[in-house]
Design a protein around this ligand. Sequence first.
Ligand code: TYD
Length: 394
Amino acid sequence: MTSIDLGRHPRGNGFLLPEEVENEFFFHLTVGMCDACTMVQLQSEVPQEIRYHDAYPYHASGSAVHRRHFEQNARHFLDTELTGPDPFIVEIGSNDGVMLATIAQAGVRHLGVEPSKEVAEMSMAKGVRVLSEFFDESTAGKILFEHGPADVVFGANCIAHIAHLASVFRGVETLLAPNGVFVFEEPYLGSVVGQVAFDMIYDEHSFYFAVRSVQAMAARFDLELVNVEPLALHGGTMRYTIARPSMRTPTPAVGEWLAKEKESRLGEKKTLERFGVSVERIRDDLNALLRKIHAEGGRVVGYGAPAKAATVTNYCGIGPDLVPFVCDSTPSKQGRLVAGSHIPVRSPEEFRADYPEYALLFAWNHAEEIMANEKEFRERGGRWILYVPDVHIV
Ligand code: TYD
């Protein structure tokens, strides 16, 4: 097992109130690659009840680009997989209903499985039917009993979050109709490694999938990987389609991506070790840049408070002394502190009210949308600091 050690970390989405600082939860953040199947995964597990509590702050509808993407996803399913008599779709981790709302509007049978109450309630307000539980083999059995087999089981930015992945696959195998498909979209290991996006590593990301490791995982549960499609979301996502064996003909993309992974040596020890060296370089460069700006009297505000910000600030030793606040459009994050580094989260209006010299873009996966919205910052001389694939100013 080859490992990368990022040290002591809090929960990525563990935004906390100042009075909660004393009892903050920390764990040791390391990822390892299995020498046999090349799956990359966290080596320590934070219990899922601690991660996906009732006030889970991530809202999938928080980005216009994501809203459009999930609406298109829903329309695609309605036009392709959900055209038979009384079709049924299940979404694992349906969050605030960003995808299922379109399915519900079309009057198609659906069920979201979402353990975090607040986001589940947001989706119910959109007319989405939700089971507020964790998805596993036993939940799948219950759904099958009550609703019958699913034509589509979908998950976005969720399947790789589930430490009990084997139980999820057994559940899908139970629930899927004979010609059904299991479709999921997750950040792609090739993009994480290629962009040195080490901030994608935090407690919620239990697995870092690649085509080869997903194919091996599917085969272990008597399922077959039949298609892969790269997407631009979250800095590089792969969409996997899995079916029962011999029910669908695998597309050429599967073989092509397997060949690409082999050529780029994605599943090799040395690649992960090189990634580890680049991560240390980014930490040192970013810390040095922020200290230099600070020493010269410049101000840096963080832009976006994704879970990623906890990894970067804690790993790189960035606190409120170097970045006095981060702004984020999510109301439930505002007024709280970034986990571990305790940088306050404020609204984007505070950023606009008094532009700093620099904005450190933690939500770099939304760079296009954010930079377009914040055109004025740059027009007034402000500069963006980015740290993937290396530290640079634009
Ligand atoms: P995201 O990268 O989607 O999530 P994570 O790393 O936690 O999985 O989070 C992006 C954050 O950026 C989210 O908290 C919302 C915020 N944001 C803004 O503040 N303004 C914006 O224009 C956009 C698109 C996002």
